[in-house]
Write a protein that binds this ligand. Structure first.
Ligand code: GLN
Length: 490
């Protein structure tokens, strides 16, 4: 069964036209058929999913359902899930069964959402192609020779392939928006502090934010409403009321100001991507929005700044994986020190090691001032650019990625090429503001993403502008061709 949009599914569930068990069984069958090609799941939790579906059906029968009760979704394998393998895409955690649920997992479960499993991802969310995963790369449903992006590549692929209507993700430098763009779906990252990081395995704590990959901004609004909110267990969670994102979707665009930074249309941007984004701006203008130029003069600093700050924080966060308390433990060690060294050597992949080494270097005595401190200053400049831009516009629009989906293996030999993929997404994380990527057309057979960025804690406007675009266009309704394995199984 092809999954439709969430509000329609919820209506069908409430009218008892379909049960959550039927939906979940159909989802599990599709996963069995399609996932051998996609490699998008690390763990499928069929038993738990069916039990949750039955509980949802009972709740629906009692008339106590929420807008999400009985809807199947998947969680990125960075979120702790009680009693379920939680690997973070790493050999280091390939045997780790989490003893508790992450806050957003808890919140979605409380709303009655049915989790069918855990999705593949770049190791510890470090990557832009899902190729750093210990569990192998994910394939893009639009073209199995290509990457679905990363690090939330599994979550993007399962939504794009129609296995589930939505999946959770995390975005530290673009890992929700970038794969959403490459897989032709909607990916939404709220403001830093909006969703609790409790139980979300830390990569770079001052940048990490949970969000959602879905078909549409309207579906994202429904899910974020359930995920957002203050949590005393996360000291950076913000204690501010969560607005009614769903109600805000319908505000008309007339009179809205959309800022376009020329820095987003640099020489690195693929001409077809540029053309699709400019066409999208015409759609906004047709809906009554005013398109104005805004400057982000320090945008070019964002990649070097991020690749100092994020590895610095990662080197500290990943120090806890030492083979002693949990995770991979080397059996070849003769001493305690050797146990630490061998466990880390065997448990981490090349990209994670690269980040730990870079991070340790930029924090070390003698280099701290030259790198880490400078990066913190550059971060303030970048955040200041965005703040100033939002004094005169409601949202900023531009491309999400410089190119459409690239081939698997195309960028793995050159980490800097891979890092440059995040050129348009990273500033948003450095500033802590919300951003969304929505489909805006194609370059050949590959989807192109349009990015919309809003001021801090104004998720409502970002979702609203994206929704108005999706009411006027149907790019978000396009589906990839059925992969060969699925055709064969018919
Ligand atoms: N691609 C970026 C990185 O490798 C961002 C990853 C993310 O957002 N988790 O760090």
């Amino acid at each position: 069964m092809e999954t439709g949009d969430i509000a329609a599914l919820a209506r069908a569930l409430r009218k008892r036209e379909v049960s959550s068990r039927e939906l979940t069984e159909a989802t599990l069958q599709r996963i069995e058929r399609l996932d051998p090609v996609l490699n998008a799941f690390i763990t499928v939790t069929a038993g738990q999913a069916l039990a949750a579906a039955d509980a949802a059906d009972r709740r629906l029968a009692r008339g106590e359902a929420t807008a999400l009760t009985g809807i199947p979704i998947a969680h990125k394998d960075i979120f702790c899930t009680r009693g379920v393998l939680t690997t973070c895409g790493s050999k280091m955690l390939a045997n780790f069964v989490a003893p508790y649920d992450a806050a957003i997992v808890e919140r979605l479960a409380a709303a009655g959402v049915v989790s069918v499993g855990k999705t593949n991802m770049d190791e510890f969310a470090m990557g832009s192609s899902n190729e750093t995963s210990f569990f192998g790369p994910v394939r893009n449903p639009w073209d199995p020779e290509r990457s679905p992006g990363g690090s939330s590549g599994g979550s993007a692929a399962v939504v794009a392939a129609g296995l589930v209507p939505a999946a959770t993700g995390t975005d530290t430098g673009g890992s929700i928006r970038q794969p959403a763009a490459l897989a032709g779906i909607t990916g939404f990252k709220p403001s830093y502090g909006r969703c609790s990081r409790y139980g979300m395995i830390a990569f770079a704590s001052s940048l990490d934010q949970a969000g959602i990959l879905a078909r549409s901004a309207a579906d994202a609004a429904l899910l974020i409403t359930a995920m957002a909110g203050f949590d005393p267990r996360d000291s950076t969670s913000v204690d501010a009321p969560v607005p009614d994102y769903v109600a805000a979707l319908d505000r008309p665009l007339a009179g809205r100001r959309i800022g376009v930074p020329p820095q987003f249309f640099d020489a690195g941007l693929d001409p077809q991507c540029a053309a699709r984004v400019r066409e999208a701006l015409q759609v906004f203008a047709g809906l009554g929005a005013e398109i104005v130029e805004v400057a982000l003069p320090n945008l070019a600093l964002s990649v070097p700044t991020y690749y100092i700050v994020a590895p610095a924080e990662a080197s500290s966060n990943l120090a806890r994986f030492d083979g002693v308390r949990f995770g991979h433990r080397s059996t070849a060690a003769g001493s305690l020190e050797e146990l630490y060294k061998r466990s880390r050597q065997e448990g981490f992949g090349a990209e994670v090691k690269r980040r730990i080494m870079t991070g340790t270097y930029v924090l070390s005595a003698g280099y701290y001032d030259a790198y880490y401190l400078q990066a913190q200053k550059a971060r303030q400049l970048i955040a200041g650019d965005l703040r100033r831009a939002f004094e005169s516009v409601d949202v900023i629009a531009g491309p999400t990625t410089p190119t459409p989906a690239f081939r698997l293996g195309e960028k793995t030999e050159d980490p800097v090429q891979m890092y440059l993929n995040d050129i348009y997404t990273i500033a948003v994380n450095l500033a802590g503001v919300p951003g969304i990527s929505i489909p805006c057309g194609f370059a050949g057979h590959l989807p192109v993403g349009l990015q919309l960025i809003g001021p801090a804690f104004d998720e409502a406007t970002v979702l609203n502008v994206a929704h108005q675009y999706q009411l006027a266009t149907d790019w978000h309704r396009r589906r990839p061709p059925q992969p060969a394995a699925a055709r064969g199984a018919r």
